[in-house]
Unconditional design. Structure first.
Ligand code: PLP
Length: 359
Protein backbone atom coordinates (compact mmCIF):
# COMPACT_ATOMS: atom_id res chain seq x y z
CA UNK A 1 0.00 0.00 0.00
CA UNK A 2 1.21 3.50 -0.82
CA UNK A 3 -0.67 6.50 0.44
CA UNK A 4 -0.46 9.77 -1.44
CA UNK A 5 -0.18 13.24 0.02
CA UNK A 6 -3.71 14.48 -0.58
CA UNK A 7 -4.04 18.25 -0.88
CA UNK A 8 -7.80 18.17 -1.51
CA UNK A 9 -9.85 21.07 -0.13
CA UNK A 10 -12.54 18.74 1.19
CA UNK A 11 -13.31 15.99 1.80
CA UNK A 12 -9.65 16.03 2.72
CA UNK A 13 -6.83 14.01 4.16
CA UNK A 14 -7.35 12.37 7.57
CA UNK A 15 -4.71 11.46 10.15
CA UNK A 16 -3.39 8.01 9.32
CA UNK A 17 -3.68 6.99 12.99
CA UNK A 18 -7.42 7.73 12.83
CA UNK A 19 -7.89 5.57 9.73
CA UNK A 20 -5.90 2.76 11.34
CA UNK A 21 -8.05 2.88 14.46
CA UNK A 22 -11.27 2.95 12.43
CA UNK A 23 -9.97 -0.08 10.52
CA UNK A 24 -9.10 -1.95 13.72
CA UNK A 25 -12.52 -1.23 15.20
CA UNK A 26 -14.49 -1.72 12.00
CA UNK A 27 -15.95 -5.19 12.56
CA UNK A 28 -16.07 -5.20 16.35
CA UNK A 29 -16.21 -1.89 18.18
CA UNK A 30 -14.60 -2.46 21.58
CA UNK A 31 -16.06 -5.88 22.25
CA UNK A 32 -19.59 -4.93 21.17
CA UNK A 33 -19.47 -7.54 18.40
CA UNK A 34 -20.63 -5.01 15.82
CA UNK A 35 -19.49 -2.05 13.78
CA UNK A 36 -20.41 1.49 14.83
CA UNK A 37 -22.40 1.66 11.56
CA UNK A 38 -24.66 -1.12 12.78
CA UNK A 39 -25.48 0.29 16.21
CA UNK A 40 -28.76 1.81 17.26
CA UNK A 41 -28.23 5.51 17.80
CA UNK A 42 -30.30 5.16 20.98
CA UNK A 43 -28.27 2.23 22.32
CA UNK A 44 -25.85 2.67 25.20
CA UNK A 45 -22.75 2.10 23.07
CA UNK A 46 -23.53 4.83 20.59
CA UNK A 47 -24.79 7.12 23.35
CA UNK A 48 -21.34 6.84 24.93
CA UNK A 49 -19.67 7.75 21.60
CA UNK A 50 -22.00 10.77 21.27
CA UNK A 51 -21.42 11.96 24.83
CA UNK A 52 -17.66 11.71 24.47
CA UNK A 53 -17.77 13.58 21.15
CA UNK A 54 -19.43 16.57 22.78
CA UNK A 55 -17.20 16.44 25.88
CA UNK A 56 -14.06 16.35 23.73
CA UNK A 57 -15.15 19.21 21.47
CA UNK A 58 -16.05 21.31 24.52
CA UNK A 59 -12.65 20.61 26.05
CA UNK A 60 -10.65 21.28 22.86
CA UNK A 61 -12.41 24.57 22.10
CA UNK A 62 -12.99 25.53 25.73
CA UNK A 63 -16.71 26.02 25.02
CA UNK A 64 -18.47 27.84 27.88
CA UNK A 65 -21.45 26.26 29.70
CA UNK A 66 -23.94 28.70 28.22
CA UNK A 67 -23.38 27.37 24.69
CA UNK A 68 -25.16 24.37 23.16
CA UNK A 69 -23.26 22.10 20.79
CA UNK A 70 -25.32 20.61 17.94
CA UNK A 71 -24.32 17.96 15.41
CA UNK A 72 -26.56 18.41 12.37
CA UNK A 73 -26.85 17.31 8.74
CA UNK A 74 -27.08 19.25 5.49
CA UNK A 75 -23.54 20.64 5.51
CA UNK A 76 -22.49 24.20 6.16
CA UNK A 77 -24.50 25.10 3.06
CA UNK A 78 -27.81 24.22 4.76
CA UNK A 79 -26.88 26.60 7.57
CA UNK A 80 -26.67 29.47 5.09
CA UNK A 81 -30.49 29.26 4.97
CA UNK A 82 -31.19 28.05 8.49
CA UNK A 83 -29.12 30.64 10.35
CA UNK A 84 -31.35 33.57 9.37
CA UNK A 85 -34.47 31.50 9.98
CA UNK A 86 -33.26 30.53 13.47
CA UNK A 87 -31.75 33.83 14.57
CA UNK A 88 -33.79 36.66 13.06
CA UNK A 89 -36.70 36.50 15.53
CA UNK A 90 -38.67 39.70 14.91
CA UNK A 91 -35.74 41.43 13.20
CA UNK A 92 -35.63 41.89 9.43
CA UNK A 93 -31.96 42.68 8.78
CA UNK A 94 -28.66 40.85 9.13
CA UNK A 95 -25.11 42.06 8.41
CA UNK A 96 -22.70 40.12 6.21
CA UNK A 97 -19.03 40.53 5.34
CA UNK A 98 -18.16 39.47 1.80
CA UNK A 99 -14.65 38.09 1.48
CA UNK A 100 -14.95 35.33 -1.13
CA UNK A 101 -17.07 32.59 -2.65
CA UNK A 102 -18.33 31.07 0.60
CA UNK A 103 -19.47 34.30 2.19
CA UNK A 104 -21.11 35.23 -1.13
CA UNK A 105 -23.10 32.00 -1.00
CA UNK A 106 -24.10 32.65 2.61
CA UNK A 107 -25.39 36.08 1.57
CA UNK A 108 -27.29 34.77 -1.45
CA UNK A 109 -29.02 32.08 0.60
CA UNK A 110 -29.95 34.49 3.42
CA UNK A 111 -31.69 36.91 1.04
CA UNK A 112 -35.06 35.14 0.87
CA UNK A 113 -35.36 35.58 4.66
CA UNK A 114 -33.90 38.98 5.46
CA UNK A 115 -32.38 42.15 4.18
CA UNK A 116 -28.74 41.11 3.93
CA UNK A 117 -26.64 44.22 4.54
CA UNK A 118 -23.10 44.07 3.15
CA UNK A 119 -21.07 45.56 5.99
CA UNK A 120 -17.83 45.23 4.04
CA UNK A 121 -16.60 43.60 0.86
CA UNK A 122 -13.22 42.83 -0.69
CA UNK A 123 -14.72 42.11 -4.11
CA UNK A 124 -13.04 45.14 -5.72
CA UNK A 125 -9.65 43.64 -4.79
CA UNK A 126 -10.66 40.26 -6.24
CA UNK A 127 -10.94 38.77 -2.74
CA UNK A 128 -7.27 38.99 -1.89
CA UNK A 129 -7.70 41.04 1.30
CA UNK A 130 -9.77 41.27 4.48
CA UNK A 131 -11.54 44.64 4.56
CA UNK A 132 -10.20 46.79 7.39
CA UNK A 133 -12.40 45.97 10.38
CA UNK A 134 -12.60 49.60 11.53
CA UNK A 135 -14.38 50.48 8.25
CA UNK A 136 -17.18 47.91 8.53
CA UNK A 137 -20.67 49.37 8.48
CA UNK A 138 -22.58 47.57 11.18
CA UNK A 139 -26.32 48.23 11.52
CA UNK A 140 -27.29 48.10 15.19
CA UNK A 141 -30.78 46.88 14.24
CA UNK A 142 -29.47 43.77 12.51
CA UNK A 143 -30.00 40.37 14.14
CA UNK A 144 -26.34 39.34 13.76
CA UNK A 145 -23.09 39.89 11.87
CA UNK A 146 -21.92 36.98 9.71
CA UNK A 147 -18.41 36.36 8.38
CA UNK A 148 -16.32 33.50 7.01
CA UNK A 149 -13.13 33.04 9.03
CA UNK A 150 -11.33 31.22 6.23
CA UNK A 151 -12.25 31.49 2.56
CA UNK A 152 -11.39 28.01 1.34
CA UNK A 153 -11.36 28.92 -2.36
CA UNK A 154 -9.60 32.31 -2.29
CA UNK A 155 -7.15 31.37 0.47
CA UNK A 156 -7.96 34.38 2.64
CA UNK A 157 -8.14 34.03 6.43
CA UNK A 158 -8.97 36.33 9.33
CA UNK A 159 -6.11 36.48 11.81
CA UNK A 160 -8.21 38.11 14.54
CA UNK A 161 -11.83 37.85 15.65
CA UNK A 162 -13.72 40.95 14.47
CA UNK A 163 -15.69 43.16 16.84
CA UNK A 164 -19.39 42.96 15.94
CA UNK A 165 -20.21 46.15 17.91
CA UNK A 166 -22.67 44.38 20.16
CA UNK A 167 -24.36 42.20 17.53
CA UNK A 168 -24.15 38.42 17.92
CA UNK A 169 -21.15 37.36 15.84
CA UNK A 170 -21.89 34.41 13.52
CA UNK A 171 -18.99 32.61 11.87
CA UNK A 172 -18.61 29.98 9.17
CA UNK A 173 -15.51 28.18 10.46
CA UNK A 174 -15.80 25.20 8.11
CA UNK A 175 -12.23 25.27 6.87
CA UNK A 176 -10.25 26.49 9.87
CA UNK A 177 -12.02 25.21 12.98
CA UNK A 178 -9.56 23.57 15.41
CA UNK A 179 -6.59 25.02 13.51
CA UNK A 180 -5.89 27.72 16.12
CA UNK A 181 -7.22 28.72 19.54
CA UNK A 182 -10.25 31.02 19.53
CA UNK A 183 -12.35 32.51 22.33
CA UNK A 184 -15.81 31.01 21.83
CA UNK A 185 -17.35 33.57 24.20
CA UNK A 186 -16.78 36.25 21.54
CA UNK A 187 -19.27 34.49 19.25
CA UNK A 188 -23.03 34.10 19.13
CA UNK A 189 -22.84 31.13 16.78
CA UNK A 190 -20.07 29.12 15.14
CA UNK A 191 -20.74 26.53 12.46
CA UNK A 192 -18.55 24.19 10.48
CA UNK A 193 -18.86 21.17 8.23
CA UNK A 194 -16.82 18.15 9.26
CA UNK A 195 -14.99 17.27 6.05
CA UNK A 196 -12.12 19.76 6.22
CA UNK A 197 -10.61 19.74 9.69
CA UNK A 198 -12.81 17.41 11.73
CA UNK A 199 -13.35 14.16 9.91
CA UNK A 200 -15.39 12.55 7.16
CA UNK A 201 -18.27 14.39 5.48
CA UNK A 202 -21.69 14.18 7.07
CA UNK A 203 -21.78 16.26 10.25
CA UNK A 204 -22.24 20.00 10.69
CA UNK A 205 -21.22 21.35 14.06
CA UNK A 206 -23.27 24.31 15.33
CA UNK A 207 -22.13 25.97 18.57
CA UNK A 208 -24.78 28.43 19.67
CA UNK A 209 -25.19 30.68 22.69
CA UNK A 210 -28.26 29.85 24.81
CA UNK A 211 -29.89 33.26 24.56
CA UNK A 212 -30.10 32.99 20.74
CA UNK A 213 -32.32 29.91 20.92
CA UNK A 214 -36.13 29.98 20.86
CA UNK A 215 -36.53 32.44 17.97
CA UNK A 216 -36.84 29.98 15.11
CA UNK A 217 -39.40 30.49 12.36
CA UNK A 218 -42.25 27.95 12.47
CA UNK A 219 -41.62 27.21 8.80
CA UNK A 220 -38.30 25.52 9.58
CA UNK A 221 -38.26 21.71 9.68
CA UNK A 222 -37.73 20.59 13.30
CA UNK A 223 -34.42 18.86 12.40
CA UNK A 224 -33.04 22.29 11.48
CA UNK A 225 -34.56 24.09 14.45
CA UNK A 226 -31.66 24.68 16.84
CA UNK A 227 -33.85 24.78 19.97
CA UNK A 228 -35.53 21.49 19.09
CA UNK A 229 -32.21 19.80 18.35
CA UNK A 230 -30.66 21.23 21.54
CA UNK A 231 -33.51 19.72 23.58
CA UNK A 232 -32.97 16.35 21.90
CA UNK A 233 -29.14 16.05 21.96
CA UNK A 234 -29.15 16.44 18.13
CA UNK A 235 -31.07 13.16 17.90
CA UNK A 236 -34.47 14.33 16.75
CA UNK A 237 -33.90 11.78 14.01
CA UNK A 238 -31.18 9.27 13.14
CA UNK A 239 -27.83 11.07 13.08
CA UNK A 240 -24.96 10.23 10.71
CA UNK A 241 -23.59 7.84 13.31
CA UNK A 242 -20.39 6.74 11.58
CA UNK A 243 -19.40 10.36 10.82
CA UNK A 244 -19.94 11.25 14.47
CA UNK A 245 -17.68 8.37 15.46
CA UNK A 246 -14.96 9.42 13.02
CA UNK A 247 -15.13 12.99 14.27
CA UNK A 248 -14.67 11.61 17.78
CA UNK A 249 -11.48 9.83 16.66
CA UNK A 250 -10.16 13.01 15.01
CA UNK A 251 -10.82 15.03 18.18
CA UNK A 252 -8.88 12.47 20.25
CA UNK A 253 -6.05 12.75 17.73
CA UNK A 254 -6.00 16.56 18.01
CA UNK A 255 -5.94 16.19 21.80
CA UNK A 256 -3.00 13.76 21.57
CA UNK A 257 -1.06 16.21 19.38
CA UNK A 258 -1.34 18.85 22.12
CA UNK A 259 -4.68 20.44 21.24
CA UNK A 260 -5.40 23.53 19.15
CA UNK A 261 -2.36 25.44 20.41
CA UNK A 262 -0.04 22.75 19.09
CA UNK A 263 -2.05 22.55 15.86
CA UNK A 264 -1.61 26.30 15.42
CA UNK A 265 2.17 26.09 15.81
CA UNK A 266 2.34 23.37 13.17
CA UNK A 267 0.00 25.21 10.84
CA UNK A 268 2.10 28.36 11.12
CA UNK A 269 5.25 26.39 10.33
CA UNK A 270 3.74 24.46 7.41
CA UNK A 271 2.09 27.46 5.74
CA UNK A 272 5.06 29.80 6.29
CA UNK A 273 7.49 27.51 4.49
CA UNK A 274 5.10 26.98 1.57
CA UNK A 275 4.46 30.71 1.12
CA UNK A 276 8.18 31.36 1.44
CA UNK A 277 8.89 28.88 -1.35
CA UNK A 278 6.21 30.48 -3.55
CA UNK A 279 7.48 34.02 -2.89
CA UNK A 280 11.09 33.02 -3.57
CA UNK A 281 10.25 31.62 -7.00
CA UNK A 282 9.53 33.26 -10.34
CA UNK A 283 7.29 30.44 -11.58
CA UNK A 284 4.75 30.43 -8.71
CA UNK A 285 2.69 33.31 -7.38
CA UNK A 286 0.16 33.88 -4.61
CA UNK A 287 -1.60 37.25 -4.76
CA UNK A 288 -3.26 37.38 -1.32
CA UNK A 289 -2.04 40.23 0.92
CA UNK A 290 0.49 38.78 3.32
CA UNK A 291 -1.39 39.37 6.60
CA UNK A 292 -4.54 37.68 5.23
CA UNK A 293 -2.96 34.58 3.74
CA UNK A 294 -4.69 31.39 4.80
CA UNK A 295 -2.80 28.78 6.81
CA UNK A 296 -5.21 26.15 5.51
CA UNK A 297 -5.62 26.74 1.77
CA UNK A 298 -2.75 28.01 -0.32
CA UNK A 299 -3.78 28.98 -3.85
CA UNK A 300 -1.04 29.76 -6.34
CA UNK A 301 -0.71 30.24 -10.07
CA UNK A 302 2.01 29.29 -12.50
CA UNK A 303 3.26 32.46 -14.16
CA UNK A 304 3.67 30.33 -17.26
CA UNK A 305 0.10 29.02 -17.57
CA UNK A 306 1.08 26.64 -20.35
CA UNK A 307 2.87 24.49 -17.78
CA UNK A 308 -0.22 23.85 -15.61
CA UNK A 309 -1.20 20.46 -16.99
CA UNK A 310 2.36 19.21 -16.95
CA UNK A 311 2.76 20.46 -13.36
CA UNK A 312 -0.33 18.55 -12.20
CA UNK A 313 0.62 15.37 -14.04
CA UNK A 314 4.16 15.39 -12.68
CA UNK A 315 2.90 16.17 -9.17
CA UNK A 316 0.55 13.17 -9.28
CA UNK A 317 3.36 10.96 -10.47
CA UNK A 318 5.29 12.11 -7.39
CA UNK A 319 2.37 11.18 -5.09
CA UNK A 320 1.17 14.77 -4.60
CA UNK A 321 -2.52 14.80 -5.48
CA UNK A 322 -5.53 17.12 -5.75
CA UNK A 323 -3.49 20.28 -6.38
CA UNK A 324 -5.76 21.62 -9.10
CA UNK A 325 -7.33 24.91 -8.03
CA UNK A 326 -11.07 25.51 -7.72
CA UNK A 327 -12.90 25.79 -11.05
CA UNK A 328 -13.81 29.42 -10.25
CA UNK A 329 -10.27 30.63 -9.67
CA UNK A 330 -8.18 28.26 -11.78
CA UNK A 331 -4.51 27.76 -10.99
CA UNK A 332 -3.42 25.51 -8.15
CA UNK A 333 -4.40 25.11 -4.53
CA UNK A 334 -2.69 23.18 -1.77
CA UNK A 335 -5.00 22.53 1.18
CA UNK A 336 -2.87 21.85 4.22
CA UNK A 337 -5.32 21.25 7.07
CA UNK A 338 -4.39 19.90 10.51
CA UNK A 339 -4.06 16.36 9.19
CA UNK A 340 -1.53 17.22 6.46
CA UNK A 341 1.84 16.21 7.92
CA UNK A 342 4.79 18.59 7.64
CA UNK A 343 6.57 16.05 5.48
CA UNK A 344 3.75 16.37 2.94
CA UNK A 345 4.41 20.10 2.70
CA UNK A 346 8.17 19.45 2.49
CA UNK A 347 7.60 16.99 -0.36
CA UNK A 348 5.46 19.54 -2.19
CA UNK A 349 8.07 22.28 -1.80
CA UNK A 350 10.88 20.02 -3.07
CA UNK A 351 8.74 19.02 -6.02
CA UNK A 352 7.91 22.63 -6.86
CA UNK A 353 11.57 23.68 -6.71
CA UNK A 354 12.65 20.80 -8.90
CA UNK A 355 9.85 21.48 -11.40
CA UNK A 356 10.85 25.12 -11.62
CA UNK A 357 14.54 24.20 -12.05
CA UNK A 358 13.77 21.81 -14.91
CA UNK A 359 11.26 24.12 -16.62
C1 PLP B 1 -16.72 23.56 2.29
C2 PLP B 1 -17.28 24.81 2.81
C3 PLP B 1 -18.66 25.04 2.89
C4 PLP B 1 -19.70 24.08 2.32
O1 PLP B 1 -19.73 22.87 2.92
P1 PLP B 1 -20.82 21.78 2.47
O2 PLP B 1 -20.60 20.69 3.43
O3 PLP B 1 -20.48 21.39 1.06
O4 PLP B 1 -22.15 22.41 2.57
C5 PLP B 1 -19.10 26.22 3.44
N1 PLP B 1 -18.25 27.14 3.91
C6 PLP B 1 -16.91 26.96 3.84
C7 PLP B 1 -16.00 28.01 4.38
C8 PLP B 1 -16.38 25.80 3.29
O5 PLP B 1 -15.06 25.62 3.24
Amino acid sequence: MTRIFNFSAGPSTLPEAVLEQAKDEMLDWRGSGMSVMEMSHRGKQFMSIAAELETDLRALMNIPENYRVLFLQGGASAQFSFIPQNLLGDKIKACYVKTGTWSKKAIKDAKPYCEAIISASSKHGHFTTIPNISSWEIDSEAAYLHYTSNETIHGVEFNTTPDAKGLPLVCDMSSNILSRPIDVSEFGLIYAGSQKNMGAAGVTVVIVRDDLLGKCSKLVPPVFNYSEQAKNQSMLNTPTTYSWYLMGLVLKWVQAQGGVTAMEQRNIAKSAKLYQAIDASTLYRNSVEIVSRSRMNVPFILTNEALETEFLTAAEAAGLNELKGHRLTGGMRASIYNAMPEKGVDALISFMREFERTH
